[in-house]
Design a protein around this ligand. Structure first.
Ligand code: FEO
Length: 165
C-alpha cells in the first residue's frame, strides 16, 4: 500500500471513531433529556460510524498495510438544544466528507485506483448522511422553540427520510 495513502486511511479511522463516540454522547444527552427517538437515532448513527471505521481497519490490513487504532478525545456532552445537536451532526458529517474527498484526490494524484474504488462506498454513504442531517436540521429550524414541535420531532424521527439524490 502506498505509504501516503495508508496514512490518510489511518487518519480516516480516527475521524470515523471520533464521529462514533460523538454520536454516542449525543444519544446519551437525548436519552437523559427525554428525547428517546432522537437517542435511538444517534445510537444507530454511532453504530454506523463504527462500521465505517472497522471497514477501513480491515481494508488496510488486508492490503498489507497496518491499521492503527487511535486514542480519541472525550466527545462533547453539553448541548443547549436539539437544534445544536443536529448542527453538530451536520458539521461532523461535512468534516468527514471533506476528508474523504481529500483521500479521493490523493488517490488520483498517486494513481491508486484500488483505494479510489474502495472509497466510492464512503462517497455514497456521505451523500446520504449529509442529506439526512440537512433534512432533520431544516425541520428543527421550522419548529424553532415550539416544545410540542420538539415532542413530535422526537416521536417521528424514525420515519423521516432524506430526499433521494
Ligand atoms: Fe462515517 Fe458519517 O461518516
Amino acid at each position: 500500500m502506498i505509504p501516503e495513502i495508508e496514512k490518510l486511511l489511518n487518519d480516516q479511522i480516527t475521524y470515523e471513531a471520533t464521529a462514533s463516540a460523538q454520536y454516542l454522547s449525543m444519544a446519551c444527552w437525548a436519552d437523559v433529556n427525554g428525547y428517546n427517538g432522537v437517542a435511538e437515532f444517534f445510537y444507530t448513527q454511532s453504530e454506523e460510524e463504527r462500521v465505517h471505521m472497522t471497514k477501513l481497519v480491515k481494508f488496510i490490513n488486508e492490503r498489507s498495510g497496518a491499521a492503527v487504532i487511535p486514542a480519541i478525545d472525550k466527545p462533547r456532552d453539553d448541548f443547549k438544544s436539539l437544534l445544536e445537536l443536529f448542527e453538530i451532526f451536520l458539521e461532523s458529517e461535512e468534516f468527514v466528507t471533506a476528508k474523504i474527498n481529500n483521500i479521493i484526490y490523493e488517490c488520483l494524484q498517486h494513481k491508486d485506483y484500488n483505494v479510489h474504488n474502495f472509497m466510492q462506498w464512503y462517497v455514497a454513504e456521505q451523500l446520504e448522511e449529509e442529506a439526512t442531517a440537512r433534512t432533520l436540521l431544516d425541520k428543527l429550524k421550522i419548529i424553532g422553540g415550539d416544545k410540542s414541535g420538539h415532542y413530535l420531532f422526537d416521536r417521528d424521527i424514525s420515519t423521516f427520510q432524506a430526499p433521494e439524490e
